[in-house]
Each structure stands twice: as structure tokens, then as C-alpha cells.
Design a protein. Sequence first.
Length: 156
Amino acid sequence: MSDADAETIRYTADVVVITRDRRLRRLLRRVLRRTCDRRVLLIQRKWPPHEGTWALPGGHVDRRETSRRAGVRELVEETGVRMDADQLRQVGVWDRPDRDPRGRYVTVVYMAVVPVGTPIQAGDDARTAHWWPLDALPKQLAFDHAEILSAVGSTY
């Protein structure tokens, strides 16, 4: 392969943060006829691409940084949620060539479970952060994050 055929590949980390309130399950079943007590933390993107669209917290892996450490850093920067790197469990790699309109991006996805009531505060690239029921997500998510949540949600 020649240099002209070489593709620039960018390396990112995304984090699926879930909370579960078993007490809520009874209320949801009684009032709303829903049974999902799981919530996922999403941010609303502040910048293009997908400006204003909901997404998983995440971003670029910096020089001399592991994807796990990048996930921890991005989570704090975008949502205010702090955790140790060993609390993140790797769930997969998403690398479809067209997953990002800016070019080739490969992301390592991690998952973490946090206690109900974990405070969140949008920052950095996020307009806002919000806990969404896994069974009532926004109609459109940025990039391939709906696919990621579908894969992760089915295992949790």
C-alpha cells in the first residue's frame, strides 16, 4: 500500500453509564405500564457534527493515554461523573468506516454502573447531560450510538 492509499484513523473512547433503581420499577409498572428501571447518561452535543443531538459521553484518546483513561477523563469533562479507571468495563470496539462524517474513527466502548442519584453536570463539549430511560431514548442519537446502546443494553 502506498502512502497515498493510507487512511488516517482517529482513536476515541465512549462510555455507557447506567444506573438502576429497582424501587422505580414498581412505580413505573403501576403508573406508566413500563418496567424499565435502567437509565443511561447521555449528553447533548455542543458542536458539529451532530450538534444538538444526544450522544454517549466520550472523545479522542490523547497522546500517551489509554482508551480507558480517556473514557474516565471524557466522562468527568462532559458530565462531572468521576470514577476510577478500573470501574470501566470494556464492552467492544466499533470501527465501521462510515460511523463518523469527519473521517475514520475507531472507538473503544466502556460501560459503568453508578448509584441512583449520582449527580451530573454538563461541561466541555456538552450543552447538557440527562439520564434517559433505556426503553425511551431520544429518536435520534449521534453517530452509531443507538447501535452501541442496543448492543450494550441487551447484555445488561
